[in-house]
Design a protein around this ligand. Structure first.
Ligand code: DC
Length: 670
């Protein structure tokens, strides 16, 4: 009996960071290239899944030293020379397309070697003929156990002669990739010519880019052929970092469209090799999320104002693994969408086009299905229709990991605003094909998002604290508090009471008669404002010349600071009571004095010229330098970069960059 999993919706906007598994295609290519280059390589961030384990096992049987450590996600390969170490081996390639093709080509290069290949039955039917023909041309011989030109078979390796080699890779681009990666072991330069086109071009690009990266001589010629030199890299790579898997990223990149908030995809900023990266552009084009690159990662944020996009159809033929992600989440779209170029996915894990249509209909999506497309209508009344259903909708997964993951993401939307699960995934274990602990990661992303967090943002005047804090508060559902306005409010009241020149004793005496309160207009803003005896002082009255001149003087008085301390700390409870995901408080001493244990401490800085320019642009004349000097040099709670704070110099960054970096720190915090 297979189990099922109820998906718990996110009751708060997403706020989590995700460590993605490494890419399978890159992991297996890196292993082969390590073997071909003949050095010692540590593959970091490697994927551990059935297909990569099969590849590692084949290399071991061929005599390479392979040492894998699942916990640290690394695979060490030592090739101790150029050619395949063992002259004979029995190899099992399972149903791993990459291992089946890449290892066959590698073995063919070892003249005189004898190798027996077997596989899962499913592999008996998958294409290998194109590669076998290309290897025959160069001297290898084959004996087939069953059907001609299919697994299982015995190969007598004839080496690779090089020269002009024809290959028919129309059935799979892996046939071509296999030949390209083995060709540096040929006797002379190889020119690989395609006898007909190939599919999944981005994967061929991936192969070429990785070969160049490993130091092999290879190029694509204008006539569409490929030239591979025989000179092996002089300096062998010692380590290779596998890009996080872009298809896996698609699930968490789209999540904020359904839950709100933001998700940080760790180590994702510098990915370049994978065709599925294009999916992130599609998400932006659809107006679902906005992607920001931040140091080391990519931040996916629910799009607020990308506007209505006129996106009628999108062709997924090059990135078809990701069509399911968009199809399942199309509930969040405003317009009808046509997903095209997907007929070949009918012959994948399952008939993905029909399977998606069936399951989407179960959750009240209006879907029309064609041989090569799905057309999905917006999901306006679905919530209502679903409310009448008893219990969660059973989603069949057809042993297809991508259906399970896509609907897991859809079920994360809290459509009833009750936290009640409304999607039940059958056979959730099927995700182990590429991402064993996907549902654990989804659960911990939800738990992280539901944890209350305190964010302290400190910095001098005009470094951008307010605009950044306000934007982040809206993005992540945090209550925003500007403590500068607290000091300004008290200064305003003191001036109004003719106490502009009051000393600390007089100021304290005045404050002891004041009652602090909080005003809050959640419909229009995420900012809580301080009131004095129930009165909210207008913004413009807080920024007068008189207030600007006096505020740092009053702020340097311990009595004034103490008066505000408890009030400011009480804002955390206030934010919780009002259903926020956390509190973002900005000022000069938030991370150092008010919340020294804040979950996130950010210190913003900018050079003086930039700050003066920013203020001038806002039409504010303010002696920033003088105020900063006073704030930094006072005895009580001086302006400092708090211990453990992330310092962001905003001088050369756009506001959006600073917002994204700050949000990324918050996503990472818990
Ligand atoms: O951020 P602002 O310019 O509105 O702040 C006004 C003044 O308040 C600033 O000169 C220093 C003071 N302040 C402070 O001392 N501690 C805080 N946490 C916030 C502001």
């Amino acid at each position: 009996m297979t189990s099922s999993k109820d998906i718990k919706p996110f009751s708060k906007p997403a706020c989590a960071s995700i460590t993605l598994p490494g890419s399978k295609s890159i992991t297996n290519r890196a292993m082969i290239l390590a073997a071909v280059s003949g050095g010692e390589l540590e593959i970091k961030n490697a994927l551990f899944s059935r297909d990569t384990i099969i590849m590692a096992d084949c290399l071991k049987r061929l005599g390479y030293a392979v040492d894998s450590d699942r916990d640290s996600r690394s695979i060490n390969i030592s090739a101790r020379g150029q050619t395949v170490p063992n002259q004979q081996a029995e190899l099992f390639v399972g149903n791993a397309g990459t291992a089946a093709r890449f290892v066959t080509a590698l073995c063919a290069a070892n003249k005189g070697g004898e190798y027996f290949f077997d596989s899962d039955e499913a592999m008996y039917k998958r294409p290998i003929k194109g590669l076998i023909d290309a290897l025959r041309q160069q001297g290898s011989e084959f004996e087939f156990v069953g059907k001609r030109d299919c697994f299982p078979f015995k190969m007598r390796a004839g080496g690779l002669s090089g020269g002009e080699v024809q290959i028919d890779a129309s059935a799979s681009s892996q046939l071509l990739s296999a030949l390209l990666m083995a060709s540096p072991l040929a006797e002379k330069k190889t020119k690989v010519m395609l006898s007909s086109g190939t599919v999944s071009r981005p994967f061929v690009e991936m192969t070429l880019n990785m070969m160049v990266d490993f130091g092999f001589q290879c190029k694509k010629l204008p006539d569409g052929s490929f030239e591979i030199g025989t000179k092996l890299p002089d300096t062998k790579r010692k380590a290779y970092f596998v890009e996080p898997d872009a298809t896996a990223a698609s699930y968490f990149a789209i999540l904020p469209a359904l839950t709100g908030g933001a998700i940080l995809l760790e180590d994702f900023a510098n990915c370049t090799l994978q065709g599925d990266l294009k999916f992130l552009d599609i998400l932006e084009e659809c107006g679902l999320v906005k992607i920001h690159k931040v140091t080391g990662g990519a931040l996916a944020v629910k799009a607020e104002d990308l506007g209505d996009k006129d996106l009628k159809s999108i062709n997924f033929s090059d990135i078809s693994d990701t069509f399911l992600t968009l199809a399942a989440a199309s509930a969040a779209l405003k317009e009808k969408i046509k997903i095209e170029g997907i007929s070949h996915t009918r012959a994948q894990e399952t008939d993905r086009v029909s399977a998606m249509a069936n399951e989407l209909k179960k959750v009240c999506q209006e879907v029309s299905e064609g041989e090569d497309y799905l057309e999905i209508s917006p999901w306006e009344d679905t919530g209502k229709a679903l409310e009448n259903l008893n219990g969660p909708v059973d989603i069949k997964t057809y042993a297809d990991h991508r259906i399970a993951m896509s609907f897991g993401i859809l079920g994360s939307a809290d459509i009833f605003h009750t936290g009640r699960p409304w999607i039940r995934i059958e056979d959730p274990q099927c995700v182990s094909k590429t991402w064993e602990n996907f549902f654990d990661i989804l659960d911990s992303a939800r738990e992280s998002s539901e944890k209350f967090r305190i964010v302290a943002v400190d910095g001098g005047a005009a470094v951008g604290k307010s605009s950044v804090s306000k934007a982040v508060s809206k993005m992540l559902n945090l209550m925003h508090v500007d403590t500068g306005s607290h000091y300004r409010t008290l200064t305003f009241a003191l001036i109004e009471a003719n106490l502009a020149d009051a000393d600390e004793v007089k100021a304290a005496e005045f404050l002891s008669r004041i009652e602090l309160g909080t005003s809050f207009d959640k419909a229009n803003s995420y900012s809580a404002r301080m009131t004095l005896g129930g009165r909210l002082v207008r913004d413009e009255d807080l920024r007068t010349k008189a207030v600007n001149e006096r505020v740092s003087i009053f702020a340097s008085m311990p009595a004034v600071r103490n008066f505000l301390k408890d009030y400011q700390r009480s804002m955390a409870g206030y934010a919780k009571e009002h259903g926020f995901s956390g509190l973002i408080m900005e000022g000069r001493d938030i991370g150092s004095v008010i919340f020294p244990d804040a979950d996130v401490r950010i210190f913003l800085d900018a050079d003086e010229q930039t700050r003066a320019q920013r203020r001038a642009k806002e039409g504010i004349s303010d002696s920033i330098a003088a105020r900063d000097h006073m704030d930094k040099s006072r005895k009580t709670a001086p302006l400092v970069c708090p211990q453990g704070a992330t310092l962001i110099d905003t001088s050369n960054l756009t506001k959006d960059d600073v917002i994204a970096r700050t949000a990324a720190e918050i996503c990472k915090a818990i």
